[in-house]
Design a protein around this ligand. Structure first.
Ligand code: SAM
Length: 259
């Protein structure tokens, strides 16, 4: 088993309140003016450390006509940090389908629409994919502004040197029987398999891996990547359960099932 805990890092907290559905004005310095060609811009944002954002992302957020955000208050904190003032409109999993028509209409009338999720890349286990597909199907331009993603961050950190490939599963289904069946299907891949998991189900996942795939399977866990309490732990489910008896398992996890 190995553990690492790096130094301090700025973190973004996920607000608990309900998602807002109206336009929110964010205070800060005035926008520097337009100049962005009309279209949809998928913008990567930090997965924890607010410094993990590109210059291009900041420029697009500053100059887009309209900003669509998974949670307007959450993104408001990022914008305030960089003193960006923007018109924010919500775009989350409950309204993304209906928002697509609005985005297309706005782009047709010349708008540059930037879309961000709460963290990382839009469309990766997050809203954004439906909007991108709809805008492209309408024959309008879609541009990506790449940024961090928890999957690539964890795979790089794990250093899976034995195989050139990995498989990204994202979140397993919440239903126990479906999760267990899926673990067996993925076991046939013979390469590292990457899952997203929350603090609520991480211990359950360890039990499931042990019971379905055997007690000797090794997992690499990356918790709170780029944040103050970033930690990695590697070992069998028994070793990892033992670790969490004395260490917190709060926060966000990327789980890599090693082949
Ligand atoms: N779009 C994001 C991306 O590109 O990585 C993923 C969003 S998904 C709703 C959130 C999940 O990603 C979390 O439950 C966790 O599994 C993973 N995640 C996001 N940020 C993380 C972090 N800082 N450390 C570990 N896992 C993280």
């Amino acid at each position: 088993m190995q553990t690492e805990t790096p130094g301090t890092a700025e973190t973004t907290e996920r607000p608990e309140e309900e998602l807002e559905d109206e336009v929110t004005e964010v205070e800060g310095t005035p926008e520097t003016g337009g100049g962005l060609p009309s279209g949809l811009y998928l913008v990567g944002t930090p997965i924890g450390n607010l410094e993990d954002i590109t210059l291009r992302a900041l420029r697009v957020l500053r100059t887009a006509t309209l900003l669509m955000a998974e949670d307007t208050r959450h993104t408001g904190l990022l914008l305030a940090h960089y003193q960006i003032r923007a018109r924010l409109l919500s775009c989350h999993k409950f309204n993304e389908r209906s928002r697509a028509d609005l985005v297309i209409e706005r782009i047709r009338s010349g708008a540059s629409v930037a879309l961000v999720s709460d963290a990382g890349m839009p469309g990766i286990s997050d809203p954004g994919a439906r909007t991108a597909a709809a805008v492209r199907a309408a024959g309008l331009p879609v541009t990506v502004i790449p940024g961090p993603s928890a999957v690539t961050t964890a795979v790089a950190l794990a250093g899976c040197a034995e195989t050139p490939s990995f498989y990204f599963e994202g979140f397993l289904d919440h239903k126990t029987a479906t999760r267990r069946r899926r673990l067996h299907e993925l076991d046939g891949l013979r390469c590292p398999v990457v899952f997203y998991e929350s603090t609520h189900r991480i211990l359950k996942l360890l039990d499931e891996v042990e019971e379905e795939l055997g007690p000797d399977r090794s997992l690499f866990l990356a918790r709170e990547l780029t944040k103050k309490f970033e930690e990695t732990v590697q070992g069998t489910p028994t070793v990892l359960r033992e670790h969490f008896r004395t260490h917190s398992h709060k926060g966000e996890f990327v789980v890599i099932l090693l082949p």
